[in-house]
Design a protein around this ligand. Structure first.
Ligand SMILES: *Cc1c(COP(=O)(O)O)cnc(C)c1O
Length: 375
């Protein structure tokens, strides 16, 4: 008899949509009937609701997370000749936003306990051209914004957040989106708060940046056909804003479920040979966009988990400085051994809010069995 192993998906998006299906359908019909699809009431209402959620003064809906970051840098006047410090260990969008603004991304290595940029390495990367630090709350864990803030203050440079993986994470009670001068969010479907397509937003407490980004996202105009700046077309669609409004009320509950799953992973996987679990008990909150372990025998582990029907992913197999996109840039020759080593060892386990307890147990037992069998 063939044993049937049921597959455990990395992320069950259908289950998330099912949980709010009625509200999504209402949102769809409301938008359809409104006959208004770009920059209308849904976008405005979502901006108000998301700004309130983050505890920020302004929210500006944009086309996606990359554009959110790009428009922040443009609005801040960053351009050719400027340098922006970014983590060496991040999704490439962080770097691309800097490049799109015409500036140069300057990578700084992570603290291996947090996977986030290491504040103690930042000062030596600062030059007279440095205009800003673009910190990333990678995998959902808040970057060390306290340290980053004091360094940026001391050197009179700006501090921005790439919050694309950390909707709702807090540091001393303050949510991401309100921890720097401005923050870029992505609502790509697989993020902790995801639309049903591409979507993004900027949050900021700065009236000046908010106003500039509002103009930049809409062809550089405040008033139709009067273009004061060479702007972009990067707007949050009404339909996506309406869907996001249906899902935002669930975000805290879904993050809490992720946190519960993460605790159970950490309790069950601690002390296993060849497996390193995320460091617990650090200052910033973690909303577990990803639960990332490390193993020097990742290939074998992935194969074994596959054979048990457990889907995993790698975030990310190629660090930005090793990618073709940056092969011509100076940093492709720069030694970034920590980013390289993370790319070779990290593995993301399923942790979506709709992972069932039974599925979770299968993942845990599979890893425990692998560790026993192989060591
Ligand atoms: C997803 C992501 C982005 C980009 O968001 P998009 O909506 O896909 O453009 C930027 N930075 C990080 C860290 C991300 O994870």
């Amino acid at each position: 008899m063939i044993s049937t192993i049921s597959t455990i998906p990395f992320l069950d998006l259908n289950a998330a949509q099912d949980e709010v299906a009625a509200d999504l359908e209402k949102a769809f019909h409301r938008t359809l009937r409104s006959g208004w699809f770009i920059l209308g009431r849904e976008c405005q209402e979502f901006e108000t609701e998301f700004a309130r959620y983050c505890g920020a003064k302004h929210c500006i809906g944009v086309g996606n997370g990359l554009e959110a970051l790009h428009l922040i840098l443009r609005a801040a006047g960053i351009g050719p000749g400027d340098e922006v410090i970014v983590p060496s260990n991040t999704y490439i969008a962080t770097w691309l936003a800097v490049s799109y603004a015409g500036a140069t991304p300057v990578p700084v290595e992570p603290d291996l306990r947090t996977f986030n940029i290491n504040p103690t390495l930042i000062e030596r990367a600062i030059t007279p051209r440095t205009k800003a630090v673009l910190g990333v709350h990678l995998y959902g864990r808040v970057a060390d914004m306290t340290a980053l803030n004091s360094i940026c203050k001391a050197h009179k440079i700006m501090l921005f957040e790439d919050a694309a993986q950390a909707h709702g994470s807090r540091l001393n009670g303050v949510r991401t989106g309100a921890l720097g001068l401005a923050a870029g969010f992505s609502f790509y479907p697989g993020k902790n708060l995801g639309a049903l397509g591409d979507a993004g937003a900027v949050t900021t407490n700065s009236d000046d940046l908010a106003e500039k980004i509002r103009i930049l996202r809409n062809y550089g105009s405040r008033k139709k056909y009067f273009n004061e700046l060479q702007g972009f077309n990067s707007r949050l669609d009404e339909i996506q804003a309406a869907f996001l409004r249906a899902k935002l009320p669930k975000l805290d509950e879904w993050n809490a479920r992720r946190t519960r799953l993460a605790s159970r992973y950490s309790e069950s996987l601690t002390g296993l040979p060849e497996i390193e679990i995320p460091e617990p008990g650090l200052a910033g909150e973690h909303t577990w966009h990803l639960y990332v372990i490390r193993s020097n025998r990742r290939t074998q582990l992935v194969e074994f988990l596959n054979s048990q029907g457990v889907n995993t992913l790698i975030h990310y197999p190629v660090p930005p400085h090793r990618s073709g996109a940056y092969s011509e840039a100076a940093h492709s020759n720069q030694a970034l051994p920590l980013a390289d080593s993370l790319a070779d060892t990290v593995l993301s386990l399923p942790i979506g809010p709709h992972l069932t307890d039974a599925q979770h147990l299968v993942v845990i037992e599979a890893i425990q069995n692998w560790a026993k069998r192989k060591n």
